[in-house]
Design a binder for this molecule. Structure first.
Ligand code: DMJ
Length: 913
């Protein structure tokens, strides 16, 4: 494989070879690092690494095999209902569906994964299927960004490895650039999106009709996200260089040039969304996660792939700004682009987990280790990284769609440090995926990491990225049939060969207008640094950085760990935070008065305080709602693997306070449960299924309770409703005293309910567990079941009961510890005759078991924070949110005034820009 023509580490002189090491795996910094490692986490034997690699292969087979068997040619597998997701045939999930273009998305996204995982024969079959079956001319509106990274990237990655295999002489001998031709066809289909004065693409395009024609049903959008416009250059440049058609690279460069021009000049940051016609920032908050992430990634990688200095210069300028304003190690917190010392949020999103990996590629290892360690602590607490979590590590958005970013960073950090600790991290990821996300028909996204419930969704990026990074983490060079270091990973982990940097180079250069004539060499200081700087004669370097962060999540601070810490250390009083505010405290009132008055620091503190107040106030309202619950199917062949998200009831047994209820299910007669049951013998001692509608929930509960049921599941009568598309709600009482209802009642939308009803049709006996949080699955039980097919179903059930009851005891401690966290609240559902109460979007209350101390990086509490802690213990009960509720009234009136101030500030912001 040819070498690359990009820049060498630390050298402004173009070189050929070093990038081939740096680009794909950052191995340049690492190969030597690996060799200096001598102690720390126990080294992992070759056998164990191979075992884990094989486990990854088996998991991939499970995901890919089920997709091919049950979903293909649909875009994605729905792993709970075991069928394909076809756009238009399922209720719309909004923007997330814009990735689906009826082009067998998962197959295309999986192509190069097959080669990385050594499944060359399967790759050859898959390519033939793509060429035979995939139509890129569907009348469907798709996201330009998603289609680029997943489909164009997938086709180009497939092509890159197809030609590599062909050259090797065994496989793909028939291949004649057909995938590349498809990629080119798709590239031309995306080009009309760039028909704007700014050169920024429209966010969506109709594959058949393009933009703006009436039949296209798109082209009226005015805004796009920065990542959406800034994540094209790798695929578009590769397409240009592979084909010689320069237009693609030119368009992608123009969009990047425009974004660079529009950066906020005083901070060198970019906002989250931008107007594609005027170039005005629509959202002026800035971070490294959702909406911006891969814009930064592509600047650095464009430099690596294309060797164009201006991309590195831009990346370094942004990186300086990120490290100055957004990075608050180990946190990465969004700020305002024009007031970058002002945090824009008190929470982080899961997409930023890619950033440590990018920092490795940049060569800035210390903050990469710190952030990665913080994220790992969050994962250890919730099994997965929730979509968003607060600065004090509480769940903010509870979903987890099996995102690969953390695995990606783990892989890069292992390559950078050679520290076996990262292999152990990878092992945990594998275990958690198998334990909590694996279902009989693939892997299901987590609907709620707190309850362990699933969503009927397996995104294509799970196959494109997760398995690649996990496999590569444990693979030795000889386990892969080509040299991975000759390639760069796109944001979707598709592989593009580094030799593209020297191919058809002139065609793109002719239109480049770079404002840089000479590079400032100091910008290379931290690019691929000498390993002596990274690991100054200390093989335990990475471990020494991680160590102080070991308890960062368990001993988390309310918020702003570092900044509060820093100001306190420097002698200044830390700013008053909304969470700590007490209207009865004269000192607090005095501080409030000062805010917005004299100094700009006071004003900034004041603004932040107001924003926090508003956020806390709305969160507090949501937190008064009950959290969602879980219905876990425990009988054969589910064995606890399928967990459905369920709405709670405001009456009956509170599952967060009592042991879960386990039992076989039986349909009640009448099915609506609105009168005395005619089949009490069938529901006696069982969990009754009742249909929603025609009477109050409480009435249904009384009728099944009178018939001897030990619990009830109300199933929505709106056919097709699902928790994927409708907000969950809690079942309210009937306005009377409901203390007589002693059994637990849960609500399932129709789609989740039909999973149970289908199971009854297929297996007759279906046993479920009603709880506040799914209980551990028992793989041994499953193995026993598989190895003794002659076991009759009754035996199986008996075994399950005894095995599981042990299990329940074991997990019970844990569940009771975590039980009262968490209001996950989702919102309103239309009421019929049933009484419903809203559940707000999925935020949760503080975990009363969490230690709300303000820690420094050594995990110690500061004096001031201890004082605050004491106050909250004496004035509040154990749940800080409960006592927070007592203060709501005075704060509400303050908030009303402050809302006006915020509006004024926003006007001021506008004027400034
Ligand atoms: C992937 O599609 C890509 O990595 C993208 O850049 C953002 N993240 C998703 C997976 O989480």
């Amino acid at each position: 494989m040819s070498g690359a023509g990009g820049r060498g580490c630390g050298s402004p002189v173009p070189q050929r070879a070093p990038w081939s090491l740096v680009a794909a795996t950052a191995a340049f910094c690492l190969v030597s690092a690996t060799s200096v490692w001598t102690a720390g986490a126990e080294p992992m034997s070759r056998e164990e690494k191979q075992k884990l690699g094989n486990q990854v292969l088996e998991m991939f087979d499970h995901a890919y095999g089920n997709y091919m068997e049950h979903a293909y040619p649909a875009d994605e597998l729905m792993p709970l209902t075991c069928r394909g997701r076809v756009r238009g045939q399922e209720p719309s999930r909004g923007d997330v569906d814009d990735a689906l273009g009826k082009f067998s998305l998962t197959l295309i996204d999986s192509l190069d994964t097959l080669v990385v995982l050594n499944k060359t024969k399967e790759f050859e079959d898959a390519v033939r299927k793509v060429l035979r079956d995939v139509n890129l001319d569907n009348d469907v509106v798709v996201s330009v960004f998603e289609t680029n990274i997943r489909v164009l990237g997938g086709l180009l990655g497939g092509h890159s490895l197809a030609i590599m295999l062909k050259e090797k002489g065994e496989y793909m001998q028939w291949y004649n650039d057909e995938l590349l031709q498809m990629a080119k066809q798709l590239g031309y289909k995306l080009l009309p999106a760039f028909n704007t004065t700014s050169g920024l693409p429209y966010p969506r395009i109709n594959l058949k009709f393009g933009i703006r024609k009436p039949e296209a049903r798109t082209g009226t959008e005015t805004d796009t996200c920065t990542a959406c416009a800034g994540t094209l250059i790798l695929e578009f440049a590769a397409l240009s260089r592979f084909t010689g058609a320069t237009i693609f690279e030119e368009y992608a460069r123009k969009a990047l040039d425009f974004l660079w021009e529009k950066r906020q000049r005083s901070s060198n940051l970019v906002g989250v969304t931008i107007n594609i016609h005027t170039g005005d920032w629509v959202r002026k908050d800035s971070g490294v996660g959702a909406g911006i992430d891969s814009y930064y990634e592509y600047l650095l990688k464009a430099y690596v792939l294309l060797g164009d200095d201006s991309f590195l210069e831009r990346f370094n300028t942004h990186y300086d700004a990120i490290m100055r304003y957004i990075s608050q190690p180990p946190l990465l917190l969004d700020v305002h682009i024009h007031k970058p010392m002002l945090n824009a949020r008190t929470w982080m999103d899961a997409l930023l987990a890619f950033f440590p990996g990018l920092q490795v590629l940049k060569g800035d290892i210390r903050p990469a280790i710190e952030t990665h360690e913080m994220l790992y602590q969050v994962i250890k607490k919730h099994n997965f990284l929730p979509e968003a979590f607060t600065t004090d590590f509480r769940v903010h958005w509870a979903q987890h769609p099996l995102r690969p970013e953390f695995a990606e960073s783990t892989y890069f950090l292992y390559k950078a440090t050679g520290d076996p600790y990262y292999l152990e991290v990878g092992k945990t990821l594998i275990e958690n995926l198998n334990k909590y996300a694996r279902v009989p028909c693939g892997f299901a996204a987590m609907k709620d990491v707190r309850t362990g419930s699933h969503e009927d969704r397996m995104d294509s990026f799970f196959l494109a990225e997760m398995f690649k990074y996990l496999y590569l983490l444990f693979a030795d060079k000889e386990d892969i049939i080509f040299d991975i270091e000759d390639y760069i990973f796109t944001t979707e982990a598709h592989l593009l060969p580094l030799w593209l940097s020297t191919t058809n180079q002139s065609i793109s250069k002719k239109n480049i207008t770079s404002e840089y004539t000479e590079l400032d060499d100091s910008n290379f200081d931290w690019t691929c640094p000498n390993t002596q700087i990274l690991f100054p004669n200390d093989p335990l370097y990475a471990q020494s950085i991680r160590e102080p962060l070991k308890n960062v999540v368990d001993k988390s601070c309310p918020r702003g760990i570092i900044r509060v810490e820093e100001s306190f250390r420097s002698g200044a009083k830390p700013p008053l935070r909304a969470r700590d505010f007490m209207a009865t405290n004269p000192e607090h009132l005095e501080i409030l008065k000062k805010m917005g008055a004299a100094s700009s620091i006071d004003a900034e503190d004041g603004l932040r305080f107001m924003q926090e107040m508003i956020e806390l106030s709305s969160q507090q309202q949501k937190e008064q709602q009950l959290p969602p619950r879980a219905v876990q199917i425990v009988s054969h062949p589910f064995f606890g693997r399928v967990v459905l998200t369920a709405g709670p009831a405001q009456f009956g047994l509170d599952l967060s306070k009592h042991k879960e209820t386990r039992g076989f299910v039986a349909s009640s007669k009448p099915y609506n449960g609105c009168s005395e049951l005619t089949n009490p013998e069938a529901v006696m001692g069982k969990i009754a299924l009742i249909q929603r509608g025609q009477c109050m929930f409480a009435e249904k509960a009384r009728n099944i309770q009178n018939a001897g049921a030990i619990g009830g599941i109300v199933i929505d009568d709106n056919e097709g409703s699902s928790s994927d598309t409708a907000p969950l709600f809690q079942m309210a009482g009937d306005g009377k005293d409901t203390d007589d209802i002693k059994i637990p009642m849960l609500f399932l939308f129709s789609k989740e309910g039909s999973i149970i009803l289908d199971a009854i049709r297929e297996y007759e006996e279906v046993e479920v567990l009603l709880s506040d949080k799914a209980k551990d699955r028992d793989p041994e039980m499953e193995n026993e079941e598989q190895s003794s097919p002659e076991n009759d179903s009754q035996n199986q059930s008996d075994e399950q009961v005894s095995s599981s009851s042990q299990e329940v005891d074991l997990v019970d401690q844990e569940s009771s510890e975590e039980s009262s966290l968490n209001s996950h609240p989702e919102s309103l559902s239309p009421a019929d005759t049933d009484n419903v109460a809203s559940i707000s979007p999925s935020e949760q209350t503080s975990d009363p078991t969490e230690n709300h101390e303000t820690t420094n990086l050594n995990g110690e509490c500061t004096d001031l924070d201890n004082q605050l802690q004491e106050q909250s213990e004496t004035e509040e009960d154990s749940n800080p949110n409960v006592s927070w509720g007592k203060k709501v009234q005075p704060i509400d009136s303050i908030l009303a005034d402050w809302n006006e101030d915020i509006e004024a500030f926003e006007m001021m912001e506008k004027d400034e820009l």
